[in-house]
Design a protein around this ligand. Sequence first.
Ligand SMILES: C/C(=C\Cc1cc(O)c2ccccc2c1O)CCC[C@H](C)CCC[C@H](C)CCCC(C)C
Ligand SMILES: C[S@@+](CC[C@H](N)C(=O)[O-])C[C@H]1O[C@@H](n2cnc3c(N)ncnc32)[C@H](O)[C@@H]1O
Length: 268
Amino acid sequence: MSTISAAISISAAAAVVSRPAGRRRHRGRATFHCSTSAAGERQALFSRIAPVYDHLNDVLSLGQHRTWKRICVSWSRAKMGDRVLDLCCGSGDLAFLLSQKVGLYGEVMAVDFSRQQLHTAAYRQEQRWKLCYKNIKWIEGDALYLPFTDCYFDAVTVGYGLRNVVDKSRAMQEIFRVLKPGSRASILDFNKSSSLFTASLQSWAIDNVVVPLASGYGLTEEYKYLKSSISQYLTGEELEKLAKEAGFSVAKHYELGGGLMGNLVATR
Ligand SMILES: C/C(=C\Cc1cc(O)c2ccccc2c1O)CCC[C@H](C)CCC[C@H](C)CCCC(C)C
Ligand SMILES: C[S@@+](CC[C@H](N)C(=O)[O-])C[C@H]1O[C@@H](n2cnc3c(N)ncnc32)[C@H](O)[C@@H]1O
């Protein structure tokens, strides 16, 4: 088994409380199968784009996505020595930022159900020299069945993940469950803007820049999904409501990038 594969645990390294649904054993290693076809399609989509995901994010947002991710992590209030979760971690951008916030004696659990995304994340971790990055655990798991005990984390971040899970309400309830009382969830994503101008600009950019450029990599349909997923997403107000229904005491959604993006900050 390569060192990269060894770095990825199948919901085994964490405080696993129950065997997550959808997990079957295959050739001695648990492999991750999603509980619905929609989830399976998304898992496959993000695995297909994994090789060019980071590159396209940098090109398509002119590097701005890194600023939005730094804000998301900062607003989680993760601090030195904390135990934190980066949910839907993908290639690890937020996990690396959290790693620096919590330091070598802190702990970052980074969960994603795409093994290819986790492979990219573990490879990037190997390529970087900062000692603190050794505090990251890559875990193949489902945001809807988190393998952690209640009140386990001091902060949770979700970067461009909540919009992609098939059951947003259950995901928000799982985030609430694994957070310690008084701790924060910081959830970054595209903003489903009520401004006609902003919504039109966002839609125009995706139709005329994002999808045509992604088509050059044979990923037309994958990046067309981006637009449909935003149209089916929740507004800032609806995200605040979803968080309060999950049990969060405080929830506030802030627009970023001129309203193109948004970040929900919810306190348990
Ligand atoms: C990091 C970003 C998006 C991550 C992301 C999320 C998804 O749900 C996807 C689904 C399917 C394919 C890809 C993704 C995906 O990459 C945000 C930045 C990257 C965006 C792809 C670019 C968005 C461009 C803005 C609409 C306009 C930017 C204007 C200005 C240059 C800041
Ligand atoms: C757009 S990427 C975001 C990656 C990273 N957080 C970032 O900010 O770049 C969305 C990620 O969510 C993951 N994902 C979607 N649904 C999931 C689920 N139910 N459980 C775990 N991961 C999921 C996908 O595999 C993908 O890696």
